[in-house]
Design a protein around this ligand. Sequence first.
Ligand code: DGL
Length: 265
Amino acid sequence: MIESSIAFIDSGIGGLPYLDWVKNRRPDLHFSYIADSANFPYGELTPVAVKAAVVGAVERMLQIGVPRLLVVACNTASVTALNEIRAVSPCPVVGTVPAVKPAAGLKVDGPIGILATSGTVDSPYLDSLVSSFASDREVIRVAAGDIVRYVEERWLDEGDDGAVPVMERAVNTLKDSGVGSVVLGCTHFLHLIKPITNMIGSNIPLVDSRDGVGRRILTLLDNRSDISQSGISTGTFYVTDGGRSNDRYRRFAALHGLSWAGEIS
Ligand code: DGL
């Protein structure tokens, strides 16, 4: 049931840690999660295709109900298509962008590493975040679509250990550049915080945008009078492709306490 929920959308399962952040603080709310599995991975699409994909998925969702709030829990979609999503959405929209500002505020030496999809790494939006908040810092951008695919397609079966060889290239590039912090600029990477920390070293902070995005969501909700206070969290997981890897998505739904709805229709 999309109506009356807080809806999260991503190309796949990257937005789940963001949903969990809010759910842990507001168990009284109802949640919807939409994985645009038909168009995964956004990071390897052109900006025009990302816009078409995410706006199309949002429009499909809106046909079955208007949520209280829509969270675009995907950096690639947010840096590429936030204006277009806002233009079709009758409810407030919260985006997710790489946490460059919080990373620039940390008192650590060395360049800021940004690990993201190629779509985000190459985006003018990231250029403007860097020039607004980290113009005096060296910034190392590393695109890692291979890690996104691992999280989406293999992590559930192969776990953190299986991620190690997949992450080696990106992590070594960051380490060799002497980074002092690393921004997790793709929501999928939040599932791998433990193995990334093990590989890169716990002295190098990993910075993500959950606190910023989550606090923004809570602020917008607190300004609304229709919040239910039932204290029982409920949520539903939708995909946009009924035929694709739904066993895996079903398992992700169960792991995050969401009921399975299958293809959005
Ligand atoms: N999780 C998404 C992000 O934050 C995109 C992953 C993908 O579909 O390439 O960028």
